[in-house]
Design a protein around this ligand. Structure first.
Ligand code: C2O
Ligand code: CU
Ligand code: CU
Length: 468
């Protein structure tokens, strides 16, 4: 690639805070390990075997770190399934601890939800067949083991699930997996001197680690074609808020969140995310310029406080490296219309529930810490309810549904949060409207909880049944 002035200027802008400007050549993208794309497993090919196993993975391209994964060294393959089809999995637990695996964002009955009641003992397996009845979305699977979700996800027990449907097929979005439709799992970790993972920074129950990574590589180089690229962003970190921006200030479009497409694309220059949330965004790289993605502190979040965030200064997420050898998809564009969303009517809600989330020892919701022997809420299937959430710097996730956000921190939800959601930030007050369409019995209830995994493990979780 030849060197032109625009590239050098863009490169400088992207590395402004770094001391290495003198070394900058026309290779504006730093020489970082390339971001890997997880293997893709299609549910139409039959049951997918996922071995929960020990692994060894290099997060920086140098040192090796003992990890866990689903049939791979770290994280799991991306599972792909169509609405109307089935996702059949065989989880085999070959590690030395119980592991429960939950499908976060899947609309399945409690028996198939994979909550902590469904722990798989070492040497055992679980073979759920998940009927997929929901619209196209990016959801995920991860450890949900009683009091061990945080450390097990941290070691690597997480993966993405892509649901397709007729609508997603018909939209002119980038759709070449790993080329211009890219799973983008963002997490943070700390390491000990010997390269092993360190998981002990639990000051005030907020886990903020010093190295941010995408798909298991710290600040990777992300190869993209000179065109429109769809990133399926999952904030898969244990406790870190991530507020994504490009250092050149470029705008991008949010097209989907948690449980499906928005009605229309929403143009943004920054995107704030909570642990557990997913957003699909479209980024235009047709100018061929490299771009640096960072997370910048957002108002009133822990990333504004040095005591929580060890990497205040350099929160680079990744370096996008436009490769003209990869053809752009000439058909891909930003659609004007994405989805029809049937809005639930707050006037039709007959039940209102309140959830007060309190930080402490233990962490509680409505004054109670998680107890597997206690059902906290009893919900009727098909009834429209409003859930009101209160707390300081938490978030709230409910199983078995997508909900519609009514308010976020006391305000109208921003446009990109008006799609189907299952996780929402709670700082002061947020609320959503929901109708549960599937049942969950006493033996296999659904969970609601803070998705800061350390809070969840420390008790900020409850159980609810859904019955006819
Ligand atoms: Cu992503 Cu109950 O979890
Ligand atoms: Cu979930
Ligand atoms: Cu919390």
């Amino acid at each position: 690639m030849s060197c032109n002035r625009r590239q050098v200027v863009a490169g400088l802008a992207g590395t402004l805070a770094l001391p290495a400007i003198g070394r900058l050549s026309c290779a504006a993208v730093p020489d970082r390990p390339v971001m890997p794309v997880p293997a893709l497993r299609d549910a139409s090919e039959g049951r997918i075997r996922l071995r929960i196993r020990d692994g060894s993975w290099s997060f920086d391209g140098k040192r090796h770190t003992p990890t866990w994964g689903f049939s791979q060294d770290y994280l799991g393959p991306v599972l792909r399934v169509r609405r109307g089809g089935e996702l059949a999995i065989r989880y085999e637990n070959t590690v030395a601890e119980d592991v429960a695996v939950h499908g976060h964002g899947l609309h399945v009955i409690g028996e198939l939800d994979g909550g902590p009641q469904r722990a798989i003992a070492p040497g055992d397996s679980w073979e759920p067949v998940l009927p997929i009845v929901q619209e196209a979305a990016t959801v995920w699977y991860h450890s949900h083991t009683h009091m061990k979700t945080g450390p097990q996800v941290y070691k690597g027990l997480a993966g993405m699930i892509i649901i397709d449907d007729d609508n997603s097929d018909s939209l002119p979005l980038p759709r070449r997996y790993g080329v211009d439709d890219i799973p983008f799992v963002v997490q943070d970790k700390d390491f000990n001197r010997d390269g092993t993972l360190s998981y002990n920074k639990l000051g005030l129950g907020r886990f903020y680690a010093a190295h941010v990574m995408v798909n298991g590589i710290i600040r990777p180089r992300v190869k993209v074609p000179p065109g429109l690229v769809r990133l399926r962003i999952l904030n898969g970190s244990n406790g870190r808020y991530l507020n994504f921006v490009f250092t050149d200030g470029r705008a991008f479009h949010v097209v989907a969140g948690d449980g499906g497409f928005l009605e229309e694309p929403v143009e943004v220059t920054s995107l704030f995310t909570n642990p557990g949330e997913r957003y699909e965004v479209l980024v235009d790289f047709s100018d061929g310029l490299p771009a640096t993605m960072r997370s910048v502190p957002a108002a009133r979040t822990p990333d504004n406080y040095p005591e929580f965030d060890p990497i205040q200064g350099d929160q680079t997420i990744g370096y996008f490296d436009v490769d003209r050898a990869i053809a752009a998809d000439p058909e891909a564009r930003i659609p004007s219309r994405l989805n029809e969303i049937a809005r639930l009517d707050p006037g039709a809600a007959t039940v209102t529930r309140k959830f007060l989330m309190e930080t402490g020892q233990p962490m509680t919701i409505n004054g109670k810490a998680m107890d597997m022997d206690r059902i906290d809420e009893r919900v009727k299937r098909g009834v429209v309810e409003i859930w009101e959430l209160e707390g300081d710097l938490h978030n709230f996730h409910a199983h078995g549904c997508s909900f519609q956000v009514l308010s976020v921190n006391g305000r109208e939800p921003p446009a990109h949060m008006r799609g189907p959601k299952d996780t929402v930030i709670v700082d002061e007050r947020s609320s959503f409207i929901v109708r549960f369409d599937h049942t969950a019995p006493e033996e296999f209830p659904y969970m609601y909880h803070c998705h800061l995994l350390e809070h969840e493990d420390m008790g900020m979780m409850g159980q609810f049944v859904v019955s006819d």
